[in-house]
Ligand binder design. Structure first.
Ligand SMILES: C[S@@+](CC[C@H](N)C(=O)[O-])C[C@H]1O[C@@H](n2cnc3c(N)ncnc32)[C@H](O)[C@@H]1O
Length: 248
């Protein structure tokens, strides 16, 4: 089919999208361009690369949908808000406005919690995630240690809704909307693991990346004048919740 009929070469669209994103300062423009094309087509990056080599074309409607997404990404809306999902370990989490997008480095941190649960000498070890956001850490623990019992708390009603959606099918996970300063008093001295990725940015230290500054919820980022308000609360809660002889 000719370009006059409305179809446009996928390879040219990827190139143009990557150029637009690069000009907007997006950190990985080529990757994001390929992922956005893949999102429009319902395909992964590998399939997009193969389609590009084959000389596939996008319909006018697909190209228009891509243009709209590229414009939003160029305005530095997080890629994960545009695709509606964020990968986390083996999970694909639903994310969007109102919830912190889980970060790759947290995937590493959660391994310590999973190892501690796996090594706990208990048929049903207890793990607690305080400030669960999308539910990323809690759901990773619940699914990778299926014999564990996981408890997660989130204060923000918007974030709690995303977490509820993501964790709905995990039968060994209990999610509450609560302040971590008060959640799970009934589990005092019973937890094998207490984990948290709290807000820790000092109030005056506004993040440089627009994706963070404009789209991550303030409650997920800022932790008071020195950034440590929530951390101070957490250290006390960890002491209270953990069994004696284990560490958070
Ligand atoms: C940096 S985000 C981390 C989210 C998630 N654990 C992750 O790693 O992707 C911090 C989370 O803690 C939540 N939070 C902040 N203060 C809280 C509090 N006092 N009680 C419960 N949750 C809180 C925020 O709403 C946010 O979802």
């Amino acid at each position: 089919m000719s370009e006059g009929s409305g179809e446009r070469p996928l390879s040219a669209l990827v190139r143009a999208a990557a150029e637009t994103l690069a000009a907007a300062g997006v950190p990985d423009p080529q990757v994001d361009a390929e992922l956005l094309v893949g999102h429009v087509l319902g395909q992964g990056r590998g399939q997009v690369a193969a389609a590009s080599v084959r000389g596939d074309r996008l319909t006018a409607a697909e190209a228009a949908a891509l243009d709209a997404l590229v414009a939003r990404r160029a305005a530095r809306e997080p890629l994960q808000h545009l695709t509606g999902t964020a990968p986390f370990r083996h999970l694909e989490l639903a994310v969007g406005p109102g919830v912190f997008v889980p970060r790759p480095e947290t995937e590493t941190v959660v391994q310590f919690a999973i190892d501690a649960l796996l090594n706990a000498p208990d048929p049903a070890p207890v793990g607690i995630d305080l400030g669960t956001g999308s539910g990323a850490i809690a759901l990773a623990m619940a699914t990778e240690v299926p014999h564990s019992r996981i408890f997660a708390a989130e204060l923000s009603p918007e974030a709690h809704r995303w977490a509820a959606q993501n964790t709905a099918r995990a039968e060994n996970l209990t999610l509450v909307q609560a302040d971590l300063a008060e959640a799970f008093d009934d589990l005092a001295g019973r937890a094998h693991v207490v984990i948290s990725n709290p807000p820790y940015v000092p109030d005056a230290a506004i993040p440089r990346d627009p994706e963070v500054r404009l789209f991550d919820p303030p409650l997920a980022l800022y932790g008071g004048a020195d950034g440590l308000d929530v951390v101070r609360v957490l250290s006390g809660r960890g002491m209270m919740l953990l069994r004696s002889g284990v560490c958070s």
